[in-house]
Design a protein around this ligand. Sequence first.
Ligand code: ADP
Length: 595
Amino acid sequence: MRSSDPQQRPVDSGTVTAVLKRIIAENGREHIWGYVVAIGCLVLVALSTAFTAWIMRSIIDEAFANRRADVVWIICLAIFIAFVVRGFASYGQAVALSKIGNNIVARYQSRLYVHLMTLSVGYFNEARSARIAAQVSQNVGGIRDVLNLTITSTARDLLTFVALLGVMVYQDPLLSLAVLILAPPLLLALRYLSKRLRQATKEAIDLNSHVLGAMQETIQGISIVKAFTMEGQLEEKVNKIIVAAEGRANKIARLSERNAPMTESFAGFAVASVLAYAAYRSIYQNVPPGAFFSFVTALLLAYDPARRLAKLQVQMERAAVNARMIYELLDMEPRQRDLPDAKPLVVTEARIELRHVAFAYGNDNVLDGVDMVAEGGKTTALVGPSGAGKSTIINLIPRFYDPKAGQILIDGQDIAHVTKKSLREQLAYVSQQPYLFEGSIRDNIRYGRPDASDAEIEEAARLAYAHDFIVAQPEGYDTPVGENGVTLSGGQRQRLSIARALVRNAPILLLDEATSALDTESEAAVQKALDEAMTGRTVVVIAHRLSTVVRADKIVVMQQGRVVEEGNHETLAKRSDGLYARLNNLQRPAASETF
Ligand code: ADP
């Protein structure tokens, strides 16, 4: 999760109190009225609970000792009303808190989503996407829980507890004192448990995201898994993580439930002793039993809130761990911010120039002083063996990454000094693997330019030779695609992604030609669509087809991060000792059309 880049090191969000302060600072004001309602209801719950304990004395003494039928029914009515109030107040606080909680989850989800998109492409290479997904979905709940636990526990449980304590002290101060002396050792023991739980929870979340990550990896690479018969090895590997996660979850269960035997034993002892004492007083000292019953009722009713209060810290720790992880993600700085003096890019010819560009993903240089020009309105083909650095050049132009040294200029403007938005607006990109998003065909093309009209989308689809197959789909342009949509062939997906690039109508087109074989008919359609997309634009293409290379205005031959030859097909093919000539000859005998 943590990156080695100092800029991306998350800010430590601190202890539970620090997390709590931050959550309240960020959300408290927004929901102030909701909290007022919830707290009002919680006060009612506390008071009505205490009232039912307090009234016990009257009912016992009046009904059983004094036998006063006239007051008994008033008391019973009061008890009934207290319960009704308690019911409605419980309902009110639960609904109010849930509404606030759900809103907090929703707001953090959108904050995180927006934030994730600002992080650099490099971040997503480093952090496994499943871990990110696990963090987002699991941990947002933590923030809601921290807040709700604080409110419910402090307001309802603490108030109820204090009110019941008041009843106890009022009815029998001596007994209350005895109970209060016995309670603190219990609380100390619980504190110790909470410390151990904190560590176990963090480990469990980590392990769980590993499980998720491993599963997602397997699903994404299922064809590789099957082709290499990796099932056995993977099963063993993933099983180990799953078993570890299970063990950790069991440990958490043991730790967080360990306070049950302790508190139950204590409560049993307390109730039994109190009963014995009260029976003694009633039998030998003739004290009326009302006060005693009221005391016992208060004690029994106080048990639940006290138990929850004792558990509070444990739960807060757990919720805070989740909340803290969310903040770690939110505090991560986008690696490439626009420079303070960044200006919008102004494109005239769309001439791209790389000057002594060096780049490394890690420590090893992938590009080593690359000088290259892609002339405005012309097609420049990048060729060379795999790993030569062709895709890296394509990645540097939209600033997915920044060069370690050197400059990239578009019409004389260093792209490091222009705003990323204006730079990317001038670019269209067609990747090797066409990616379609959840939504309709129309939506997918419109991602190229959100303000494109339906007519423009259709026009782009026609130019990309996609219109005919689109209208043949069950709902035409409104047919859903993406994960849950219709299945399109590789060629059709490619033509949609070309239509997306066409509708953008940007002066620069970055193109990673697909290597995967298409059937001849699709191949011809994709080729025609590409020709359409390439006319009149500055094109930088990673060329795999001989036909693309032959027709390119300029060919840049790369090897091990350097430009080794430059020219057009005729001149380069003639150099008998050149890399291009060798690659060209290598391809020919097999009559393959791929480069
Ligand atoms: P080409 O497109 O010519 O095949 P690339 O630009 O993809 O070459 O890769 C050049 C080198 O950079 C290769 O050695 C590759 O392993 C490495 N590389 C590519 N992408 C990454 C990445 N995201 N992280 C680390 N190394 C990478």
